[in-house]
Design a protein around this ligand. Structure first.
Ligand SMILES: [Zn+2]
Length: 914
């Protein structure tokens, strides 16, 4: 799965896909009632029967099904009725039963099961008694007599509703050009929602073949995981029989039904590939199509295994909770992640589509062909797909310098992993809400970062061969983390498990302090990085921990540079230096997942040599590590602010992203009276770069520079509150309104953001109107989110009210609430709104919705608001699964702690810089 795009907020660098990931899953109303289900019924066990054959008290994990009944084939027939938003289903599941039993347990929720019949090889037919255990999300079938081990077929008939929660089998709507609303049906099963569409063994290691039939209105079309094997009309209905799938997990099944249109199939190797949209949006498919073809070719080559399906469809769904979902052969996307107009899109918007398409294609092997055994190993799927998306997009467009921008993703992982309330990449999962909480920045971005570190350590070719070995060994099956290390270690001939265990099973990451000792040697010491340097009641103090750290350092001596690689295994490591050393850079090339803090002498020499001589990723790490250690109280704020002066001629957008994020952090803690001084300071830092870039791209300019122009203009107009920039933005917007090509696409979002920041009610109405009439998903999103950036109270209130009025899609509304919390003029109103409307939003929004909203609470950066936040959540006993809410609290604690510690320093510094 690929997460969807939130807004930048909070104090950390947020990778585009990661911004809401600090947040939490919701679903607490659905799952909080999940008492251990064993107590629900009692069964008298036949004598001698194994303990795990049924659901009697104490016999099984309430969230896992017993293992003596193994499904291997689903013949599934579903008949959705879009007009009534219901569906009827029937299925035959081929089972292998390995121990005598009279109870069959499988997953089902929000379904009505009408009949259950078990059929044996010798024509034995047994009608089962059906009991739905809603809270446990299970169905318990009791047979009139115990059955013998062997092959059995279970026939079930059932009914369900096409829900509006964007999970299971659900309803999505869209308006056509004439303004008429149409309905379509789509599915989203990961992690545990296949059980909402059909009764099944809904755990990733119960892999089975799916033979699906969809019975639909003849005017509609349907897509599933495989090619259509036959099409016929029966009783006035269109009956589509799909070919057998490969053996796959239930969460990868998919059905989409509606009036949808496809691009003509293009053969990639032997695979026909198409993109699907609702009518009228086919002109937005060409870019997504190009990267879909390119990445499919890339992966067949990289993995050395042909694509495992018989066709590949990529479908844009109008209501979609996450970013995209890797259903084998039928990948579903939210529209912004697949459809884009290359002429009017920003570079970032194009990159986003390329990333997500490549990510999902990477999953066809890593995730679909080979699947993690259980949700604790989700990182195997997601970290790998995130890593591979970079590799594929980098191969496709090397000029995009994708790995340089990966620093931002790594920084997003650091921001959460530096919390005491972080978790290891691999982490125990039991309940469904805990599985949902695993889809976070630690799984995706930290996982991908440590894979990148390993790849660079053992070498890209060895890494690739190890991956091939792993996929070959486990194709059509399931695997665990150790299986990947075994393959990589075998090919690399290195002890990979020993190296990687600390990164996967230990939370946090090291801070490496580099200092020169009295005998003139370099001493590298590692300790766990933490933002909170004083013990806090929030979370226990991090335990002392060490990592095996692949380290690359660059030493300049006598005018020459040399690189050396080390593996740090101890707490302290001493490195001899040439007598004439001039400067030392730790984490050369920047692939390591650790922060570096230099002693004063080392830092002075590094700066004296000139930051401009460092590579982009090295500059990025230097400023990003400096900012993190400043938040942690290990570097004085004044030193950090001085350091930013060395970057005024910086030309890289990633490096600037760190600096702009740090200024935005300060804007959250500065008092209203001091804000004008901060604005003046921001202007002084940004002016040289803004002036040199101007408003218009020069010929031959890189995409990165175009993006940087947009980012800097927006920051200068908003954080810098620069009247000249604001006036120019208004003029250019006027020109853009008359002629959409009058302004560079990368500057348009900045103009919109600045005009919202300074906008009044007529401007608000205009942007709202542009949101409703937008012709591309990106434009729609841009104007929607502009509504979160206005300052007047009445306008903020109108935006908030819209999030629950039904006007805004529930896939977007939680992000919008969170974005208002990120607006320093709207945050208190937003928080009041969240408190007042919590229940309503919880019912209305998809399951991740409340997690996304809560990702905004670290913006409530005053001691009073912090107290109020804690009181609210404690009195409600809100549990969003996993550790995400704790992480939000800790982020809030940190920003308030910085406010309390550094406010006076900041004021003095700003006053002095005037
Ligand atoms: Zn994914």
């Amino acid at each position: 799965m690929r997460q969807s795009v939130g807004r930048r907020h909070a104090f950390k660098i947020l990778a585009k896909q990661a911004s809401f990931l600090l947040a939490l899953p919701v679903a607490q109303t659905l799952f909080s009632a999940l008492a251990p289900a064993g107590a629900a019924t009692t069964t008298i066990r036949p004598k001698g029967e194994e303990m795990n054959l049924d659901d009697s008290p104490g016999s099984v994990d309430p969230y896992r099904l017993p293992r003596h009944i193994i499904p291997h084939r689903y013949e599934l027939r579903l008949e959705p009725d879009l007009a009534t938003a219901t569906f009827a289903g029937r299925e035959t599941i081929a089972l292998t039963i390995t121990q005598a039993t009279s109870v069959i347990l499988l997953n089902a929720v929000d379904l009505t099961i009408l009949s259950a019949l078990l059929e044996g090889a010798s024509r034995t037919r047994l009608e089962a008694t059906i009991e739905l255990q809603e809270s446990a999300q299970r169905c318990r079938l009791t047979l009139p007599q115990p059955i013998a081990p062997g092959e059995w077929r279970l026939h079930l008939t059932f009914q369900g509703k096409l829900n509006d929660q964007l999970r299971g089998f659900y309803r999505s709507t869209y308006k056509d050009a004439a303004g008429i609303t149409h309905t379509m049906a789509a599915t989203q099963f990961e992690a545990t929602d296949a059980r909402r569409a059909f009764p099944c063994w809904d755990e990733p290691d119960f892999k089975a073949v799916f033979a699906t039939t969809l019975v639909i209105d003849p005017r509609l079309t349907a897509v599933s995981n495989t090619a259509v094997a036959s099409e016929s009309i029966e009783a006035g209905k269109k009956v589509l029989r799909f070919a057998d799938s490969i053996k796959m997990s239930t969460y990868l099944a998919a059905f989409v039904v509606g009036k949808i249109e496809a691009t003509p199939p293009v053969l990639v190797g032997k695979t026909p590939l198409r993109l699907w949209t609702v009518p009228g949006k086919q002109p937005l498919t060409s870019f997504g199509h190009e990267i879909a073809v390119a990445s499919l070719k890339f992966f067949e080559d990289y993995y050395g295994i042909p694509y495992p399906g018989d066709k590949l469809d990529l479908l844009a769904i109008t209501d979609f909770a996450s970013g995209a979902m890797e259903n084998l052969g039928a990948i579903t996307f939210r529209e912004t992640a697949l459809l884009v107009d290359r002429q009017s899109a920003t570079h970032g918007e194009l990159e986003r589509v390329a990333d997500v398409v490549a990510h999902e294609n990477a999953h066809m092997w890593f995730g679909d062909l080979v699947t993690m055994s259980w949700w604790n190993g989700l990182w195997l799927n997601e970290a790998f797909a995130t890593f591979m998306e970079m590799l594929a997009v980098d191969a496709w467009k090397p000029e995009w310098k994708r790995w340089e921008a990966f620093g931002t993703a790594r920084a997003a992982a650091f921001a959460v992993d530096g919390l005491r309330s972080t978790r290891p990449i691999e982490y125990p999962v039991q309940a469904p809400k805990d599985a949902e909480a695993m889809f976070d920045v630690l799984t995706y971005e930290k996982g991908a970062s440590v894979l990148r570190m390993l790849e660079q350590h053992i070498g890209p070719r060895v890494f690739r061969d190890g991956v091939r070995d792993y996929l070959d060994a486990h194709a059509y099956g399931n695997a665990d983390t150790k299986d990947l290390w075994v393959s990589l270690g075998k090919i690399a001939r290195q002890p990979v498990p020993e190296l990687m265990d600390s990164w996967i099973f230990q939370s946090g990451f090291p801070l490496i302090t580099a200092e020169i000792n009295q005998s003139g040697r370099l001493v590298l010491s590692q300790q766990r990085f933490s933002y909170l340097t004083n013990p806090s009641p929030l979370t226990p103090h991090p335990s002392p921990a060490t990592w095996q750290i692949p380290l690359q350092i660059r030493i300049t001596a006598g005018g020459k540079t040399s690189s050396s690689r080390l593996l740090l295994t101890e707490k302290d490591t001493t490195v001899p230096l040439p007598h004439d050393w001039e400067s030392i850079l730790v984490n050369e090339e920047g692939h390591g997942f650790y922060r570096v803090r230099y002693g004063q002498d080392l830092m002075d020499r590094l700066l004296k040599a000139g930051v401009e001589r460092l590579a982009v990723t090295e500059r990025f790490n230097l400023i990003n590590d400096a900012w993190a250690t400043t938040i942690a109280g290990l570097m004085p704020l004044t030193d950090y602010l001085d350091l930013t002066a060395r970057f005024t001629t910086e030309q890289d957008k990633n490096v600037w992203a760190v600096i702009l994020d740090s200024f935005s952090f300060l804007n959250r803690i500065v008092t209203v009276e001091d804000r004008p001084m901060l604005e003046a300071f921001v202007r002084s830092r940004l002016s040289p770069a803004v002036t040199s870039l101007g408003w218009v791209p020069r010929s031959g300019e890189s995409e990165g520079t175009k993006q940087l122009r947009g980012e800097l203009i927006a920051a200068q107009g908003k954080l810098g509150n620069d009247p000249a920039i604001q006036q120019r933005a208004a003029e250019l917007y006027g020109a853009y309104r008359l002629n959409a090509t009058a302004v560079d696409p990368n500057v348009v979002p900045s103009i919109v953001a600045i005009l919202a920041h300074t906008g009044d009610a007529p401007r608000y109405d205009e942007f709202h109107d542009r949101f409703r009439t937008a012709v591309t998903p990106q434009e729609e999103r841009r104007y929607l989110f502009s509504l979160a950036a206005f300052q007047p109270k009445a306008l903020v209130e109108r935006t908030l009210a819209r999030t629950i009025s039904g006007e805004i899609r529930t896939q977007d509304a939680p992000f919008l609430v969170s974005a208002v919390m990120g607006n320093v003029y709207g945050r208190e109103l937003a928080w009041d709104f969240v408190k007042t409307n919590w229940e309503k939003m919880d019912q209305l929004f998809p399951k991740q919705g409340m997690r996304r909203i809560c990702s905004g609470i670290s913006n409530l950066a005053t001691p009073e608001l912090e107290r109020d936040v804690r009181t609210f959540f404690e009195s409600r006993k809100v549990d969003l699964g996993g550790k995400t809410l704790d992480q939000n609290f800790e982020q809030l604690r940190i920003i308030v702690a910085v406010r309390e510690r550094d406010s006076r320093t900041l004021r003095t510094y700003l006053a002095r810089s005037r």
